[in-house]
Design a protein around this ligand. Structure first.
Ligand SMILES: Nc1ncnc2c1ncn2[C@@H]1O[C@H](COP(=O)(O)OP(=O)(O)O)[C@@H](O)[C@H]1O
Ligand SMILES: [Mg+2]
Length: 439
């Protein structure tokens, strides 16, 4: 199966707009990005008015009839490229609606996808840029029939895409075109969206009874929060408290490699410590249960299969994770307070959706629950903000601007996922419940 994106069919993106609007610049930029993402520079082709007029259409002028013939020829050419399965960016002013309609119909009749893209930088913006000095000459009367100055430009009334290059960055413009390509199945993205499912599988009565009689490790609340992180699959691709190789990769490389050999960013060591006495007591056990009596009483929350033990090199973990070592470092404190051995195993079973009964369990949503909530709100984009502090005006400005950028890119209902960092915090941090109220 292909890894990235592939071109599924030929299609014409007709960039129309005033001279200097950015038709050439934008088509070059988008082709470059597409070439990179496709890993192939022969799938996207540009037909640029400035170039075609020196070759195929040499000899045509700027009278309405010549402009019409100019468009007719280039429409036929882009159609042929489309029939060969290629995406074509046509960067032609094409000032007359009737000529653009001709181009559109020619493609539609052949069953080809055609998008009229209005590159809508205003005359003021284009003339202000005057990249080729043409406006100056046109104003001086040196160029007759100059679009926008001495010849008309009929702006598309209902373009398929409206791209205001006076307002948007090149990347934002590219995003608009790429979105259209995906929605119209011109390209396909094979890196399918992955929303991790929970790893919790409730045990049968038999399994539960067997687990209840296992020797167990009683973990503290902070570890219970890590266990929930694992169980609800927030730490994908990690499926257990880290073994030695996983820990080493995470602290050295800040990545974790999955079963397929794909590396994922992960910089947080997620380990479970045990004392020397506990390690010795568990020696030879095939299965070890995990409970958190402080939070969930006598329930078995998870089971470690075929346990292994290795040294908890706390100083090394702190130094690698935080880039320094001090026992006063707030992150180092709880690690240095841990026992001296770490327990992992061949695999883990997660038996419980852990509840903390602190009034905030409803906010501790799994990836699937977050996806469902976004769907229920009709979101077509989700932007997330994660913060350990109360929100301040700077944050809010950033969030409002992100929303506006997404609307400009053509999303209709971007929804914010405001994500307070819970878990352990310093004594003088604003407590989670207070922050939740503020949010
Ligand atoms: N978002 C944008 N997209 C395209 N061009 C932009 C953008 N922002 C600024 N520009 C500038 O506008 C000018 C457009 O010129 P050009 O591509 O030759 O226009 P056209 O081909 O439409 O006549 C370039 O100098 C380019 O750097
Ligand atoms: Mg151009």
């Amino acid at each position: 199966m292909p890894e990235g994106i592939t071109v599924e069919k030929g299609c014409t993106y007709w960039f129309t707009g005033l001279s200097g609007a950015g038709k050439s610049t934008l088509s070059e930029y988008i082709k470059k990005q597409m070439d990179l993402q496709l890993g192939d520079s022969k799938k996207v082709f540009i037909l640029d008015g400035d170039i075609i007029r020196t070759g195929l259409n040499k000899g045509l002028g700027f009278s309405p009839d010549d402009r019409k013939e100019n468009i007719r020829r280039i429409s036929e050419v882009s159609k042929l490229f489309n029939m060969a399965g290629m995406i074509v960016f046509v960067a032609f002013i094409a000032p007359y609606g009737a000529d653009r309609d001709f181009a559109k119909n020619l493609h539609k009749e052949a069953g080809l996808t055609f998008a009229e893209c209005y590159i809508s930088a205003s005359l003021e913006v284009c003339e202000g840029r005057d990249v080729k000095g043409l406006y100056k000459k046109a104003r001086a009367g040196d160029i007759p029939n100059f679009t926008g100055v001495s010849a008309p430009y009929e702006a598309p009334a209902e373009p398929d895409l409206n791209i205001n290059t006076g307002d948007l960055s090149m990347d934002a413009c590219f995003a608009i075109v790429k979105k259209h390509m995906l929605e119209n199945e011109v390209i396909r993205d094979h890196r399918m969206l992955r929303v991790c499912d929970t790893l919790v599988a409730e045990p049968s009565a038999e399994e539960a009874a067997a687990a209840a009689s296992l020797p167990f490790v009683d973990i503290n609340q902070m570890q219970c929060e890590y266990l929930q992180t694992l169980a609800e699959n927030f730490a994908f691709p990690l499926k257990r408290f880290m073994n030695e190789m996983e820990l080493l990769e995470v602290i050295q490389m800040k990545t974790l490699t999955d079963d397929q050999g794909k590396r994922h960013l992960l910089s947080v060591p997620i380990t479970q410590a045990v004392s020397k006495g506990m390690k010795d007591a568990l020696h030879g056990q095939k299965r070890v249960a995990l409970k958190c009596t402080a939070v969930t009483g006598n329930k078995v929350l998870a089971v470690i299969n075929n346990p292994v033990f290795f040294e908890n090199r706390k100083e090394e973990i702190c130094a690698r994770t935080f880039g320094c070592f001090s026992t006063n470092h707030p992150g180092a404190e709880p690690i240095m307070a841990q026992d001296d051995w770490l327990i992992s195993g061949e695999s883990m079973n997660f038996y419980e959706h852990i509840k903390f009964n602190d009034g905030m369990d409803k906010y501790r949503m799994s990836p699937k629950e977050i996806q469902a909530a976004a769907k229920a709100k009709g979101a077509d984009a989700l932007f997330a903000f994660q913060v350990r502090n109360p929100l301040h005006n700077g944050h809010v400005l950033l969030l409002k601007d992100t929303r506006e950028q997404l609307l400009k890119q053509g999303y209709k209902n971007p929804v914010l996922l405001l994500h307070p960092l819970g878990g352990w915090c310093k004594d003088d941090d604003v407590p989670l419940d207070t922050r939740m109220k503020q949010h």
